[in-house]
Ligand binder design. Structure first.
Ligand code: PLP
Length: 396
């Protein structure tokens, strides 16, 4: 007999995962080369060579007992945190030190640690649709209440009027994710400034603290020179969650970090609580070998020219078929308008051509579908005739 709360979680379990399994099933029947699986954000560019070199060096040269042992602090190795902090200061002009950094089990681990740290039951967490569906589960894990801002389908920047109206005295956190999964949109500096001003005013109005949580695993995946503002500069109560899953193609290694700057209200208490949350959530500490690896690879990133080429080919190809979609500036997703209102029916139609795509309702944005283009270039090129056939079902 599983817990009631888990029953709901299982029932709503990610359509994305289900799609992934369907991809494997279809590949078994038709051959992998005849299946166009755009369902999962699993990077297909290998990790930079420097990652392999770092792992080998660490295994050859470091004391194995220390390398594979528990870390002294649940927040991670002090030297790794200091190196991460120095890199942030250099790139973003921040003033953080090792005490502001908590190494985490990817972005997912980081989000759970910070929500565990901040939420009392009934506290509200705001997210802008479309958003990564797991935020709902993470919030629910700590008995928080997810409050959704409806999508702005013009350009997928957040709807700030609605945001202002939906902040209450119970609002404890606001999650932003830019570059965004599923739209690939980067929130502009203008948007960030307005969002920060609204949050400042609401904190004053209610006499509360409202934390801005910037979930940014796609920070480095941007195209055409797009700038991604570093949010700690615009709003004091900002906590950043980062991950190397996408930037170094290490999703299975589970490594990332939280930044809790001194400007955050009661920063030391939040840092100490995040340290304890890391332990009591059962992570204990982020994987030690990977902490050392990322510290050696701070200047590295994945080859984004590969994703950029995929982005151009898929975006142009779909537009030529008649599909509507905004051109993403970051991440590796296209968010395409479904030609029919019921986007799940559209996903089912696509499956007839062995095209696997994810319904927008998984991201609180029905009427759209998400395509993850972190696939081989051939998959994209070979899928386009199939998309043309699919389009012919809808467009004259
Ligand atoms: N946040 C967003 C927006 C994501 O898209 C993902 C993964 O796809 C995650 C968090 C979780 O990433 P990680 O592998 O770092 O836990």
């Amino acid at each position: 007999m599983i817990a009631e709360k888990m029953k709901n979680m299982v029932a709503n379990s990610s359509a994305i995962r289900a799609m992934f399994e369907e991809g494997n099933r279809l590949a078994g029947i038709y051959g992998a080369e005849n299946v166009y699986d755009f369902s999962l954000g699993n990077p297909n560019v290998p990790a930079p060579e420097a990652v392999k070199t770092a792992i080998k060096e660490l295994l050859d040269e470091d004391d194995p007992v220390a390398l594979h042992g528990y870390t002294n602090s649940n927040s991670g190795y002090a030297d790794v945190r200091a190196a991460v902090a120095a890199s942030l200061n250099e790139r973003f002009g921040t003033h953080v030190t090792e005490k502001n950094i908590v190494m985490t089990v990817g972005a997912a681990g980081g989000m759970n640690v910070i929500l565990k740290t901040l939420l009392n039951p009934g506290d509200e967490v705001i997210a802008f649709a479309p958003y990564f569906g797991e935020y709902r589960s993470y919030t629910n894990n700590y008995d928080g209440v997810m409050v959704e801002i409806s999508p702005n389908t013009e350009d997928f920047q957040p709807k700030l009027d609605e945001f202002e109206q939906k902040i209450t005295h119970k609002t404890k956190a606001v999650i932003v994710n830019t570059p965004n999964n599923p739209t690939g949109v980067v929130y502009s500096e203008g948007t960030i400034k307005k969002l920060a001003a609204i949050m400042e005013a609401k904190q004053t109005e209610y006499g509360t603290d409202i934390y801005l949580i910037s979930d940014e695993p796609y920070r480095e995946l941007v195209y055409d020179g797009a700038e991604v503002p570093y949010l700690t500069k615009y709003y004091d109560n900002t906590i950043v969650g980062y991950s190397y899953s996408k930037s170094l193609s290490l999703p299975g290694e589970r490594i990332g970090y939280l930044v809790i700057p001194d400007e955050v209200r009661d920063s030391e208490e939040v840092q100490a609580a995040a340290n304890v949350a890391t332990r009591i959530l059962g992570f204990v500490n982020a994987p030690t070998l990977q902490q050392k690896v990322v510290a050696k690879c701070l200047g590295e990133k994945t080859d984004i020219s590969f994703y950029d080429r995929n982005r151009e080919t898929l975006y142009n190809g779909l537009k030529e078929c008649g599909f509507e979609c905004i051109k993403p500036e970051g991440a590796f997703y296209l968010f395409v308008k479904s030609p029919v209102e019921d986007e799940k029916a559209f996903c089912a139609a696509a499956k007839k051509y062995n095209i696997l795509i994810v319904p927008g309702s998984s991201f609180a944005c029905p009427g759209y579908v998400r395509l993850a283009y972190c696939v081989s270039h051939e998959t994209i090129v070979n899928s386009l005739p199939k998309f043309r056939e699919l389009a012919a079902e809808y467009f004259a």
